[in-house]
Design a protein around this ligand. Structure first.
Ligand code: G
Ligand code: G
Ligand code: MN
Ligand code: NA
Length: 250
């Protein structure tokens, strides 16, 4: 397709960038890390939403060089911060199931010098179902290397509680759809509380995504949620915009 060809050029022409969104420790009010998010600016199309181009990248296997580029950039960037904050990178099913995925991540960690404990890998549940045995093996090896495993968009898609039991997740990210007015909407409040209960029982940290209002953050504080991410805390932006947090010298 046309977009596939343009995406192929995007990699060559350096049209891809990463933006970073902060994560807050709800108890202390400190920023503890960032999620890296891919952006594509095409010379004539302008900015193309990831929801549009990532599926195309996945169908064409372009997600492999793109994903490797993102991982490399994010790790290299994080390794340059004077504050040892975490960095979370989204990994698609195609990457997780590709040959030597673990080896690639380990090589990037070695080359950039990033402490593996600062890297988090975000996986959606749909990424697990293609080949659960292979996915489990990759995640176990990454975890053994010190990398944290995050279940992204929890509560949507092919959610099954057995995934929390069968795969070595360290962190659950509640999908942002459940945060909307969670302080006032009883259905959302009940769902967020139950995920917090799951996290507690399974000894997994819980991150609430899509936190947009002070009332939502207050609700999370009352309910004992560990971490929050969303426009209230900070928009996805160039990492230079967060130099006060990363301590990056420039
Ligand atoms: O930032 P935004 O909300 O527009 O991102 C939309 C979607 O794109 C999110 O679901 C996010 O997980 C996904 N996404 C963003 N960056 C990456 C990336 O580097 N790799 C993969 N596989 N997905 C990404
Ligand atoms: O990887 P994931 O699907 O979690 O990607 C997070 C997406 O959510 C990104 O596209 C990001 O731009 C978006 N996002 C981050 N914070 C907020 C928020 O507070 N509100 C909304 N509506 N979207 C958000
Ligand atoms: Mn994510
Ligand atoms: Na998400």
């Amino acid at each position: 397709s046309l977009m596939e060809r343009q995406l192929r050029d995007a990699v060559r022409n350096r049209e891809l960038t990463l933006v970073y969104q902060p994560q807050l420790d709800v108890g202390s009010g400190n920023v503890t890390g960032f999620e890296a998010l891919l952006r594509w600016t095409h010379p004539t199309r302008g900015s193309v939403a990831p929801d549009l181009f990532i599926p195309i990248a996945e169908e064409s296997d372009l997600i492999l060089p793109i994903g490797e580029w993102s991982m490399e950039q994010a790790c290299r960037n994080a390794a340059s911060w004077t504050c040892p904050l975490s960095v979370a990178v989204n990994v698609s099913a195609v990457q997780l199931h590709s040959a030597d995925f673990v080896g690639r991540v380990e090589r990037i960690l070695a080359e950039t010098g990033l402490d593996p404990k600062r890297l988090e890998i975000e996986i959606t549940e749909t990424a697990l179902i293609r080949d659960p045995v292979r996915a489990l093996s990759a995640l176990q090896q990454l975890k053994a290397a010190g990398v944290s495993i995050v279940m992204d968009d929890f509560g949507t898609g092919y959610s099954s509680l057995s995934n929390l039991r069968s795969f070595p997740f360290d962190v659950i990210k509640i999908d942002r759809s459940f945060m909307s007015a969670a302080d006032r909407n009883e259905q959302n409040a009940a769902i967020v509380r139950s995920v917090l209960g799951l996290g507690k029982g399974l000894a997994m940290r819980v991150v609430a995504e899509g936190v947009e209002t002070a009332e939502e953050l207050d609700f999370l504080r009352r309910e004992g949620c560990h971490s929050a991410q969303g426009y209230l805390i900070g928009r996805p932006a160039a990492i230079e915009d967060y130099a006060d947090l990363t301590g990056a010298a420039d």
